[in-house]
Design a protein around this ligand. Structure first.
Ligand SMILES: C[S@@+](CC[C@H](N)C(=O)[O-])C[C@H]1O[C@@H](n2cnc3c(N)ncnc32)[C@H](O)[C@@H]1O
Length: 226
């Protein structure tokens, strides 16, 4: 792993972007405040990334969304705001205490009708979703070592035209280190191998810098039915 690189300009530019392009959504702000008050780690997506998730959902007219890794429901709220009328989002969270905070945040955002939170390890809850797919958009943002397995599930739970979005794929550049014994880095390298060799998907990844540091987001399109 290289030394942590950080530039205060990144934070400032994130604020500039938010000031210009992000509407003030009291429910999202309240979700962050309630999550902090409950002691949840601040590992939610940045606001501009949250809005990107919402825009992608809106752009594809998503009616079914699956999220793996809820935390306090911040990205859940963004994604649910992108659902088409009558749409539904299922979000998976392993930690029951985090799930409780997320539930309250989702209710406060007025999204309880369209969001279902399932508590349990995604490895255990994903198999039960086969009958509820296919999903139009799947966002993977849980434990990083689980990512390759979640990606394989995401493809199974997709249809032609589904989007699969994976967070934290660059890890401050540590993704370059083939000899890394960091389980998250190894997992992301494995994810890239899977994504590169699976004929059913085509994708890309972009590096991101900002309030959350240097990382990356992968976006994959499912091009043939799994
Ligand atoms: C990075 S946070 C999710 C952040 C959230 N997507 C957001 O942006 O607001 C990762 C979450 O995954 C949860 N998690 C960890 N291992 C998990 C597992 N095996 N199954 C489901 N959730 C898991 C953690 O408890 C944590 O809440």
């Amino acid at each position: 792993m290289t030394d942590k690189t950080w530039d205060a300009t990144w934070d400032a530019v994130d604020r500039f972007i938010a000031d210009h392009l992000l509407e003030n959504d009291p429910a999202l702000q309240a979700a962050l405040e309630a999550s902090e008050a409950a002691g949840l780690p601040a590992i939610n997506v940045a606001a501009n990334q949250g809005k990107l998730l919402m825009l992608l959902a809106l752009a594809i007219g998503a009616r079914r969304i699956l999220e793996i890794g809820t935390l306090g429901g911040y990205s859940t709220i963004w994604l649910a705001r992108g659902l088409s009328p009558g749409g539904r989002l299922i979000t998976l969270e392993a930690n029951p205490e985090y799930a409780e905070v997320a539930r309250a945040n989702i209710v406060r955002a007025g999204l309880a009708e369209m969001v279902e939170l399932r508590v349990g390890r995604a490895q255990d809850t994903l198999p039960s979703l086969a009958a509820e797919g296919p999903f139009d958009l799947i966002f993977i943002d849980a434990d990083k070592p689980g990512t390759p397995g979640y990606f394989q599930w995401a493809v199974k739970l997709s249809r032609r035209g589904s989007l699969i979005i994976v967070d934290n794929v660059v890890r401050e550049g540590a993704i370059l280190d083939a000899s890394s014994d960091d389980a998250s880095v190894e997992a992301m390298r494995r994810f890239f191998e899977l994504a590169a060799t699976d004929p059913r998907v085509t994708g890309t990844a972009i590096q991101t810098v900002g309030a959350k540091g240097h990382d990356g987001l992968a976006v994959l399109l499912v091009t043939s039915a799994p």
